[in-house]
Design a protein around this ligand. Structure first.
Ligand code: E4P
Length: 216
């Protein structure tokens, strides 16, 4: 499973270089960063070699195509993020025909995931945390999308999004998702374990007690 960082902050991306497979952004994250969209996406696309999702803000088909093309011109690894609306799916179909990668976002149902795959989406982003917030089961939706895509042989990659804690990430992995995007807080939890810290402290204390300096 690929691991993407869900952020528009360069420092957060640089600090995790070599550990992430790509980046996702959205209008809220770019707004929070205070940066200009085009400058910031260009910078992120240079910082990571993997896919960088950049979202359109137009709501009509022509506007989405125009913005998507401008975003795509910022880097070969830029993926055009489109909302799961009728216009978004139509734009997705056009980008697919042109060979431009897409990430169809704000997916909350199996039928939406079906329509995105039929439109040729490269990635579908089901919002697990927000589904849980609404009282449903986000991981269950991931499992259902996996089963449906396998049944029909759809090539669209499932990108689990809106992941709030480790159980979400582990659930996405067990559901067979192709990728997951995580905010920094959740990403850092992936690696940390108190027993690892305790074990390492003990190893280092024993080694220091020998009086030896380094591996000698
Ligand atoms: C994904 O592409 C979105 O940017 C993100 O995962 C949304 O997460 P949130 O529901 O925590 O805002």
């Amino acid at each position: 499973m690929q691991i993407f960082l869900d952020t528009a902050e360069i420092t957060e991306i640089e600090a995790r270089a070599g550990l992430i497979d790509g980046v996702t952004t959205n209008p809220s994250l770019i707004a929070k960063s205070g940066a200009g969209v085009f400058d910031r996406i260009k910078e992120i696309a240079k910082t990571v070699s993997g896919p960088v999702s950049a979202e359109v803000v137009a709501s009509d088909y022509d506007g989405m195509l125009e913005e998507g093309r401008k975003l795509r011109a910022l880097g070969d690894n830029v993926v055009i993020k489109l909302p799961l609306t009728a216009a978004g799916l139509q734009a997705c179909r056009e980008f697919h025909a042109e060979g431009v990668p897409t990430n169809v976002t704000l997916c909350f149902s199996l039928s939406q995931a079906l329509m995105a795959a039929k439109a040729g989406a490269t990635f579908i982003s089901p919002f697990v945390g927000r589904i849980d917030d609404a009282g449903s089961d986000g991981i269950n939706l991931l499992e259902d999308i996996r089963a449906m895509y396998d049944q029909f042989g759809f090539e669209t990659s499932i990108l689990a999004a809106s992941l709030r804690h480790l159980k979400h990430v582990e659930g996405a992995a067990l559901a067979g998702c192709d990728a997951a995007t995580l905010p920094v807080k959740t990403f850092d939890q992936l690696i940390k374990h108190p027993q690892t810290d305790l074990g390492l402290d003990a190893f280092m204390a024993d080694w220091k007690a020998t009086g030896r300096d380094g591996l000698v």
